[in-house]
Design a binder for this molecule. Structure first.
Ligand code: GAR
Length: 189
């Protein structure tokens, strides 16, 4: 199974996948790690791990459609079985979803369909929920929408800040992502 991982940030969830591959817990090929901007921790840690990396820098394209085309072309060139959005903070075009039907997967730090968007942890905390968590799902062209593959609940603790809650969610999220990738690999591609 070949995967391409897309990141916009620190890539700590991606690191869990890199570690699981290195330890033999996961048997898959990380064909490449790509970002929508320069200077992401995700690309830096991937390069350090000797992985192929790319940046399709959103700001370098005059139009959204041109960026969409460049992203699709670059990701497709690695011929992945699955594309993983691991903290990739951009909505892809419908054409991207069509190119990878049932093969584009996103991870989100809330129990979808509650609290989609870029601030899932902050929004859950502000609402005052007592339990939140994380979701791995097949992504469509919406904002954190698409069929759910797996979820894990994380209790909100008194005095939690966005950071402390997100850190605990990420512990669960990393395990969940590795577990889902393992199951997809076992299901065969
Ligand atoms: C993760 O918690 C991921 O679920 C979230 O960004 C974080 C990335 O962390 N994604 C979203 O909020 C998507 N709506 P990381 O870069 O340390 O893996």
């Amino acid at each position: 199974m070949r995967i391409v991982v897309l990141v916009s940030g620190s890539g700590s969830n991606l690191q869990a996948v890199i570690d699981a591959v290195a330890s033999g817990e996961l048997t898959l090929d990380i064909a490449a790690v790509g970002a929508d901007r320069h200077g992401t921790g995700g690309v830096e840690r991937s390069a350090a791990a000797g992985l192929e990396t790319f940046v399709v820098n959103f700001k370098d394209y005059a139009t959204r459609a041109e960026w969409d085309r460049a992203l699709l072309q670059t990701v497709s060139s690695y011929q992945p079985d699955y594309v993983i959005s691991s903290g990739f903070m951009r909505i892809v075009a419908p054409g991207f979803i069509d190119a990878f039907p049932g093969r584009y997967i996103n991870t989100h730090p809330a129990l979808l369909p509650s609290f989609p968007g870029a601030h899932g942890v902050r929004d859950a905390l502000a609402y005052g929920v007592k339990v939140t968590g994380c979701t791995v799902h097949y992504a469509d062209a919406g904002v954190d929408t698409g069929p759910i593959i797996a979820q894990r609940a994380v209790p909100v603790e008194d005095g939690d800040s966005e950071e402390s809650l997100h850190e605990r969610i990420k512990v669960a999220e990393r395990e969940l992502l590795v577990q889902v990738l393992g199951a997809l690999g076992n299901a065969g591609t």
